[in-house]
Design a protein around this ligand. Structure first.
Ligand code: MG
Ligand code: MG
Ligand code: MG
Length: 309
C-alpha cells in the first residue's frame, strides 16, 4: 500500500508542495508514496494553484479519510487538522515546523520537526542528507513554499536556514529572481477581480469597541495599490453602508506588502482623531502610513490610545 503524504486542512502552499516533495523523497528511497491533500484541486487557494501551474506540478490527490491507510504528515501534527480517522490510521512519518501536536503511534516512525520558517526548509535538508537530487519542478514548489511561509523573509518566523534553503533551491529550480516569484504568488493571493467591494471590505474585517465607540477595521494585503485603483469608489460606498449601521469609524487598511506600508482609508465622525492616532494627514479619504503592516500590532493599539481606551 502506498504511503499517503498529506498536509493540514485548508492547505497552504507549504502543505501542498511538502506533500509532493516528501512523497518524491520516500519514492526515491524505495518506498511507494503519493502526495495527497484534504481538498479537491478545484478548491485549492489561488496562490497554491498558481505555484503548481508555474512549476508544472500535478495537484495532490484528494484524501479525506485516513482509515486503514499508511499516512505521512507534513506541515502539522495535530489530529484536529488532519483527515478523518487519522487517530486510527497507521502513521509512518511526520515532517513539520510547528509545535508538536497530539498524534501518537504504536511504532517508532520517521519524525522530523525543526523550528524553522517552512516545512520546505526541513525537506531540503532531508534530500541533502539522503544524497538525493531534488527534481527541478519540485524544487520550485519548495522554494515557493518558503517564500510564502516566511512572507519573502519578512516574517519573524524566518530563520537563516530558510534563507540558505532558498539559496539552494532557486538554483535547482532555475529561478533567478525570487522577489518576482513572491510577487506572482502575492498577486494571485490578493486578486480582487470579480470580487464585490463589500466582500473585499469584509475579506479580513473586525469590529472593535473603542471606549463606547464602534470602530470597524478591514485589511487587504496587496502586491501593489494599483490592484484596487479602479474599485476605490465602490469600496468607499461599501464603507459608507457599514458606517451607517452605527459605527463611529470604518477604516480600511490597503496594505502594500512590497512597499511595506498601508494606505489607510478613513470614514469617521472625527477624522482629526484618526489623523492624530497615526500622526498623519488625510488627503481626500486616505493617508499613507509607512511601515504599517499589522492591524493587531500597529493599527489597533494606536486607535486605542487615541480613543483613550
Ligand atoms: Mg501551513
Ligand atoms: Mg508551513
Ligand atoms: Mg502559512
Amino acid at each position: 500500500m502506498a504511503i499517503s503524504v498529506v498536509g493540514h486542512a485548508n492547505p497552504d502552499t507549504d502543505s501542498v508542495t511538502s506533500a509532493i516533495a516528501l512523497a518524491a523523497l520516500l519514492t526515491a528511497q524505495g518506498m511507494e508514496a503519493k502526495a495527497c491533500m484534504q481538498i479537491d484541486a478545484k478548491n485549492l487557494n489561488p496562490e497554491s494553484t498558481t505555484v503548481l501551474k508555474r512549476f508544472g506540478l500535478a495537484a495532490p490527490e484528494l484524501l479525506t479519510d485516513a482509515a486503514g491507510k499508511d499516512i505521512a504528515l507534513v506541515d502539522f501534527s495535530d489530529l484536529a487538522q488532519g483527515p478523518a480517522n487519522l487517530a486510527s490510521a497507521n502513521l509512518v512519518a511526520v515532517v513539520d515546523h510547528h509545535k508538536i501536536g497530539d498524534v501518537t503511534t504504536n511504532n517508532p516512525i520517521l519524525f522530523r520537526a525543526e523550528p524553522v520558517g517552512c516545512t520546505g526548509t526541513v525537506l531540503n535538508k532531508m534530500f541533502k542528507e539522503a544524497g538525493i537530487a531534488i527534481p527541478k519542478n519540485i524544487a520550485g514548489g519548495m522554494l515557493a513554499a518558503i517564500l510564502s511561509d516566511t512572507v519573502n523573509f519578512k516574517s519573524p518566523t524566518c530563520t537563516d536556514a530558510d534563507k540558505a534553503a532558498v539559496a539552494d533551491l532557486k538554483v535547482v529550480a532555475g529561478v533567478s529572481d525570487t522577489d518576482e516569484l513572491f510577487m506572482e504568488m502575492l498577486k494571485a493571493k490578493s486578486a480582487v477581480a470579480g470580487v464585490s467591494a463589500k466582500d473585499l471590505l469584509f475579506r479580513d474585517y473586525k469590529d472593535f469597541d473603542m471606549k463606547g465607540s464602534k470602530v470597524g477595521v478591514g485589511q487587504l494585503e496587496l502586491a501593489t495599490l494599483d490592484q484596487v485603483a479602479d474599485v476605490r469608489g465602490d469600496l468607499m460606498k461599501a464603507m459608507e453602508a457599514v458606517k451607517a449601521e452605527g459605527r463611529h469609524s470604518v477604516l480600511l487598511m490597503l496594505t502594500d506588502v512590497v512597499k511595506e506600508g498601508t494606505d489607510l482609508v478613513v470614514l469617521s465622525d472625527d477624522p482629526a482623531l484618526i489623523e492624530k492616532a497615526f500622526n498623519g494627514k488625510l488627503e481626500g479619504n486616505s493617508m499613507w502610513i509607512p511601515g504599517m503592516m499589522s492591524r493587531k500590532k500597529q493599527t489597533i493599539p494606536n486607535l486605542q490610545k487615541a480613543f483613550g481606551c
